[in-house]
Write a new protein. Structure first.
Length: 152
């Protein structure tokens, strides 16, 4: 059995590891050992790069690491950690899941009549409740719709 001597841990429920923390541990025989603890990452996502390392082989956002038809950046945006499925249009509306932890990205909703020329309709999209939702205008001809995600 060993006891942490320094820093004093009495009444401490959390330790700040922003900077390295030095500990002195005393064994039951009275000997001591010094340790310096440095925490990097802390297991918390640090944006797209961290997610891509874990779930996309470190690939860039426009690639499709697991070949599910969903680009890595969109999978990150949606919070997918495996195969991702893009939503369909239901009653003239499409809603993409949006993971609040997906930080450091920008997104746009785009429409097209020919898959060649795209129009930015982001102003008509709503990002609330864990979804980005876009309602297609009822008076326009049929259109294609896409979510464009840009990760650093």
């Amino acid at each position: 059995m060993a006891t942490v001597v320094s820093p004093t841990l009495a009444n401490i429920s959390q330790q700040d590891f922003t900077n390295p923390v030095h500990y002195v541990v005393r064994a039951t025989d009275g000997s001591t050992q010094d340790y310096t603890v440095t925490v990097t990452g802390g297991g918390v996502s640090a944006g797209y790069a961290s997610w891509a390392t874990q779930h996309a082989g470190g690939q860039t956002a426009e690639k499709d690491y697991n070949r599910d038809g969903v680009q890595n950046g969109i999978a990150y945006f949606m919070g997918a950690t495996g195969k991702a499925t893009l939503p369909g249009i239901v009653h003239g509306q499409i809603a993409w899941p949006h993971d609040a932890n997906a930080t450091g990205i920008t997104w746009k909703v785009m429409t097209s009549q020919d898959l060649q020329n795209w129009t930015d309709v982001t102003a008509g999209a709503v990002d609330v409740g864990g979804f980005v939702t876009y309602t297609l205008p009822k008076t326009t001809p049929e259109r294609f719709i896409r979510l464009e995600v840009v990760a650093p």
